[in-house]
Design a protein around this ligand. Sequence first.
Ligand SMILES: [Mg+2]
Ligand SMILES: [Zn+2]
Length: 195
Amino acid sequence: MEAQTSRPPLGMLFDRDGTLVTDVPYNGDPSLVSPLPGAKEVLAALRAAGIPTGVVSNQSGIARGLLTAGQVEAVNARVDQLLGPFDAWCICPHGPDDGCECRKPKPGMIFHAARQLDIAPWDLALVGDIGADVEAAAAAGCRSVLVPTAVTLPQEVADAPEVAADLRAAVLALFPEGTAVHHLLDAPVPAEARR
Ligand SMILES: [Mg+2]
Ligand SMILES: [Zn+2]
Protein backbone atom coordinates (compact mmCIF):
# COMPACT_ATOMS: atom_id res chain seq x y z
CA MET A 1 0.00 0.00 0.00
CA GLU A 2 1.37 3.36 -1.03
CA ALA A 3 0.00 6.69 0.00
CA GLN A 4 -1.52 8.44 -2.98
CA THR A 5 -2.12 12.14 -3.42
CA SER A 6 -5.70 13.28 -3.03
CA ARG A 7 -5.24 15.95 -5.72
CA PRO A 8 -7.70 15.15 -8.50
CA PRO A 9 -6.09 13.86 -11.69
CA LEU A 10 -5.82 16.10 -14.77
CA GLY A 11 -6.50 13.17 -17.09
CA MET A 12 -7.97 9.67 -16.83
CA LEU A 13 -6.75 6.42 -18.33
CA PHE A 14 -8.78 3.24 -18.52
CA ASP A 15 -8.00 -0.37 -19.21
CA ARG A 16 -10.35 -1.62 -21.95
CA ASP A 17 -11.36 -5.26 -21.37
CA GLY A 18 -13.07 -5.94 -18.06
CA THR A 19 -12.98 -2.22 -17.18
CA LEU A 20 -14.79 -0.22 -19.88
CA VAL A 21 -16.34 -3.14 -21.76
CA THR A 22 -17.16 -6.76 -20.99
CA ASP A 23 -14.04 -8.90 -21.28
CA VAL A 24 -14.51 -11.13 -24.31
CA PRO A 25 -11.12 -12.91 -24.52
CA TYR A 26 -9.25 -12.07 -27.75
CA ASN A 27 -12.30 -10.32 -29.15
CA GLY A 28 -12.05 -9.44 -32.83
CA ASP A 29 -15.77 -8.82 -33.32
CA PRO A 30 -17.04 -5.24 -32.90
CA SER A 31 -20.61 -6.51 -32.45
CA LEU A 32 -19.58 -8.15 -29.15
CA VAL A 33 -18.48 -4.85 -27.58
CA SER A 34 -20.67 -4.20 -24.55
CA PRO A 35 -20.00 -1.27 -22.17
CA LEU A 36 -19.86 -2.14 -18.48
CA PRO A 37 -22.26 -0.45 -16.05
CA GLY A 38 -21.35 3.17 -15.40
CA ALA A 39 -18.93 3.47 -18.31
CA LYS A 40 -21.05 5.84 -20.40
CA GLU A 41 -21.97 7.89 -17.37
CA VAL A 42 -18.42 8.41 -16.08
CA LEU A 43 -16.97 9.16 -19.51
CA ALA A 44 -19.71 11.69 -20.20
CA ALA A 45 -19.04 13.35 -16.84
CA LEU A 46 -15.27 13.44 -17.43
CA ARG A 47 -15.75 14.95 -20.87
CA ALA A 48 -18.26 17.50 -19.58
CA ALA A 49 -15.71 18.51 -16.94
CA GLY A 50 -12.95 18.85 -19.55
CA ILE A 51 -10.87 15.91 -18.27
CA PRO A 52 -9.02 14.18 -21.14
CA THR A 53 -9.43 10.40 -21.34
CA GLY A 54 -7.37 7.56 -22.79
CA VAL A 55 -7.39 3.79 -23.14
CA VAL A 56 -4.39 1.54 -22.46
CA SER A 57 -4.97 -2.07 -23.50
CA ASN A 58 -2.88 -5.24 -23.74
CA GLN A 59 -3.86 -7.07 -26.94
CA SER A 60 -1.54 -10.07 -26.98
CA GLY A 61 -4.02 -11.86 -29.24
CA ILE A 62 -2.17 -10.10 -32.08
CA ALA A 63 1.19 -11.65 -31.09
CA ARG A 64 -0.49 -15.00 -30.48
CA GLY A 65 -1.94 -14.98 -34.01
CA LEU A 66 -5.50 -15.05 -32.66
CA LEU A 67 -6.35 -11.53 -33.81
CA THR A 68 -5.24 -9.20 -36.57
CA ALA A 69 -4.29 -5.60 -35.84
CA GLY A 70 -7.23 -4.66 -38.08
CA GLN A 71 -9.67 -6.61 -35.92
CA VAL A 72 -8.37 -4.85 -32.80
CA GLU A 73 -8.75 -1.50 -34.59
CA ALA A 74 -12.34 -2.39 -35.52
CA VAL A 75 -13.16 -3.31 -31.92
CA ASN A 76 -11.50 -0.12 -30.68
CA ALA A 77 -13.53 1.89 -33.19
CA ARG A 78 -16.70 0.34 -31.76
CA VAL A 79 -15.56 1.20 -28.20
CA ASP A 80 -14.88 4.75 -29.38
CA GLN A 81 -18.33 4.90 -30.99
CA LEU A 82 -20.08 3.72 -27.81
CA LEU A 83 -17.93 5.43 -25.16
CA GLY A 84 -15.67 7.89 -26.96
CA PRO A 85 -14.20 9.95 -28.33
CA PHE A 86 -11.08 9.13 -26.32
CA ASP A 87 -8.16 11.54 -26.51
CA ALA A 88 -5.53 8.78 -26.45
CA TRP A 89 -5.49 5.15 -27.55
CA CYS A 90 -2.57 2.88 -26.66
CA ILE A 91 -2.51 -0.79 -27.58
CA CYS A 92 0.25 -3.33 -26.86
CA PRO A 93 0.21 -5.98 -29.62
CA HIS A 94 3.02 -8.02 -28.03
CA GLY A 95 3.03 -11.28 -26.10
CA PRO A 96 4.29 -11.89 -22.56
CA ASP A 97 7.63 -13.26 -23.84
CA ASP A 98 8.37 -10.47 -26.32
CA GLY A 99 10.13 -8.32 -23.72
CA CYS A 100 8.42 -5.13 -24.87
CA GLU A 101 8.18 -2.01 -22.72
CA CYS A 102 4.47 -1.47 -23.35
CA ARG A 103 2.70 -4.59 -22.14
CA LYS A 104 1.21 -3.95 -18.71
CA PRO A 105 2.53 -4.34 -15.96
CA LYS A 106 5.26 -2.37 -17.77
CA PRO A 107 4.52 1.38 -17.79
CA GLY A 108 5.24 2.08 -21.50
CA MET A 109 1.66 2.65 -22.61
CA ILE A 110 1.02 5.03 -19.71
CA PHE A 111 4.06 7.11 -20.69
CA HIS A 112 2.86 7.06 -24.30
CA ALA A 113 -0.67 8.13 -23.32
CA ALA A 114 0.77 10.84 -21.07
CA ARG A 115 2.66 12.24 -24.06
CA GLN A 116 -0.45 12.03 -26.26
CA LEU A 117 -2.48 13.90 -23.62
CA ASP A 118 0.40 16.25 -22.77
CA ILE A 119 -0.16 15.50 -19.07
CA ALA A 120 2.55 14.23 -16.69
CA PRO A 121 2.07 10.60 -15.57
CA TRP A 122 1.74 11.70 -11.93
CA ASP A 123 -1.21 13.91 -12.91
CA LEU A 124 -3.00 10.93 -14.46
CA ALA A 125 -5.01 8.14 -12.85
CA LEU A 126 -5.70 4.71 -14.27
CA VAL A 127 -8.71 2.49 -13.62
CA GLY A 128 -8.23 -1.20 -14.31
CA ASP A 129 -9.46 -4.62 -13.29
CA ILE A 130 -6.30 -6.62 -12.62
CA GLY A 131 -2.96 -6.34 -10.83
CA ALA A 132 -1.06 -5.64 -14.07
CA ASP A 133 -3.03 -2.39 -14.44
CA VAL A 134 -2.20 -1.29 -10.89
CA GLU A 135 1.48 -2.28 -11.30
CA ALA A 136 1.81 -0.42 -14.60
CA ALA A 137 0.35 2.69 -12.99
CA ALA A 138 2.68 2.44 -10.00
CA ALA A 139 5.69 1.97 -12.30
CA ALA A 140 4.69 5.12 -14.21
CA GLY A 141 4.11 7.15 -11.05
CA CYS A 142 0.44 7.36 -11.85
CA ARG A 143 -2.42 6.87 -9.41
CA SER A 144 -4.72 3.87 -9.86
CA VAL A 145 -8.01 2.43 -8.73
CA LEU A 146 -8.78 -1.27 -9.10
CA VAL A 147 -12.35 -2.25 -9.97
CA PRO A 148 -12.31 -6.01 -9.43
CA THR A 149 -14.19 -8.46 -11.63
CA ALA A 150 -14.64 -12.23 -11.44
CA VAL A 151 -11.12 -12.70 -12.86
CA THR A 152 -9.37 -10.40 -10.36
CA LEU A 153 -7.27 -12.38 -7.89
CA PRO A 154 -7.75 -11.80 -4.14
CA GLN A 155 -4.04 -10.92 -3.85
CA GLU A 156 -4.42 -8.28 -6.56
CA VAL A 157 -7.26 -6.72 -4.57
CA ALA A 158 -5.18 -6.86 -1.38
CA ASP A 159 -2.18 -5.23 -3.09
CA ALA A 160 -4.12 -2.40 -4.79
CA PRO A 161 -3.71 1.04 -3.25
CA GLU A 162 -7.36 1.83 -3.98
CA VAL A 163 -10.29 -0.45 -4.76
CA ALA A 164 -13.79 0.54 -5.88
CA ALA A 165 -16.94 -1.47 -6.54
CA ASP A 166 -17.59 -0.02 -9.97
CA LEU A 167 -16.43 2.63 -12.43
CA ARG A 168 -18.60 5.35 -10.96
CA ALA A 169 -17.28 4.72 -7.45
CA ALA A 170 -13.71 4.67 -8.81
CA VAL A 171 -14.07 8.04 -10.48
CA LEU A 172 -15.91 9.53 -7.49
CA ALA A 173 -13.00 8.40 -5.30
CA LEU A 174 -10.52 10.20 -7.56
CA PHE A 175 -12.55 13.42 -7.86
CA PRO A 176 -13.54 14.60 -4.39
CA GLU A 177 -16.60 16.60 -3.49
CA GLY A 178 -16.38 20.09 -4.92
CA THR A 179 -14.92 19.01 -8.24
CA ALA A 180 -16.95 19.28 -11.43
CA VAL A 181 -16.68 15.56 -12.13
CA HIS A 182 -18.01 14.68 -8.67
CA HIS A 183 -20.87 17.11 -9.09
CA LEU A 184 -21.76 15.73 -12.54
CA LEU A 185 -21.74 12.13 -11.28
CA ASP A 186 -23.82 13.04 -8.26
CA ALA A 187 -26.46 14.68 -10.45
CA PRO A 188 -29.34 12.63 -11.81
CA VAL A 189 -28.59 11.36 -15.30
CA PRO A 190 -30.98 10.27 -18.05
CA ALA A 191 -31.69 6.54 -17.88
CA GLU A 192 -30.19 5.87 -21.32
CA ALA A 193 -26.85 7.31 -20.18
CA ARG A 194 -26.51 4.84 -17.33
CA ARG A 195 -25.08 2.04 -19.41
MG1 LIG B 1 -8.66 -5.78 -18.10
ZN1 LIG C 1 4.09 -4.25 -26.06
